[in-house]
Design a protein around this ligand. Structure first.
Ligand code: GAR
Length: 187
């Protein structure tokens, strides 16, 4: 199973996938790692791991449609079975969704449909929930919407900050992403 992973930031969840593949625990080939911005640690750590990388810098495109087309071309060139959005903080165009229908996976640090968007952990904490968690789902053209594949609950602890809570959610998220990719790779 060939995957392309898209990141916008540090790519710590991606690192867990890289490690699981390297350890022979996940029968997946990471064809490439792509980003919407230059100089991300996610791209740096992927290069260090010897993976192919590409950047389709959002800021290089005057028209949004041109960036959409460039991203689709860049990803499609690797002919992936699945595309994984792992902390990729851009909503992709409907054309991207239809090109990878049922094959575009996103992870989110909350129990969707609660707390979608870029601040899922902060928003859950501010609301005062006692349980939050993470979601792996098939993404559609909405913000963190689309059919849910799997979720893990995470208890909010007294005194949690966004950072401490996100840290525990990410631990759960890494395990869940690896589990889902494993199930897709070994149907
Ligand atoms: C992850 O927690 C992921 O769920 C979240 O960004 C983090 C990326 O961490 N994504 C979203 O909030 C999408 N709405 P990482 O770059 O260290 O893997």
């Amino acid at each position: 199973m060939r995957i392309v992973v898209l990141v916008s930031g540090t790519g710590s969840n991606l690192q867990a996938v890289i490690d699981a593949v390297a350890a022979g625990e996940l029968p997946v080939e990471i064809a490439a790692v792509g980003s919407d911005r230059p100089d991300t640690y996610g791209i740096e750590r992927s290069s260090a791991a010897g993976l192919e990388t590409f950047v389709v810098n959002f800021k290089d495109y005057a028209a949004r449609a041109d960036w959409d087309a460039a991203l689709l071309d860049a990803v499609a060139a690797y002919e992936p079975d699945y595309v994984v959005s792992s902390g990729f903080m851009r909503i992709v165009a409907p054309g991207f969704i239809s090109a990878f229908e049922g094959r575009y996976i996103n992870t989110h640090p909350a129990l969707l449909p609660a707390f979608p968007g870029a601040h899922g952990v902060r928003d859950a904490l501010a609301y005062g929930v006692k349980v939050t968690g993470c979601t792996v789902h098939f993404a559609d053209a909405g913000v963190d919407t689309g059919p849910i594949i799997a979720q893990t609950p995470v208890t909010v602890l007294e005194g949690d900050t966004e950072e401490t809570l996100h840290g525990r959610i990410k631990e759960a998220e890494r395990a869940l992403l690896i589990q889902v990719l494993g199930e897709l790779a070994r149907p």
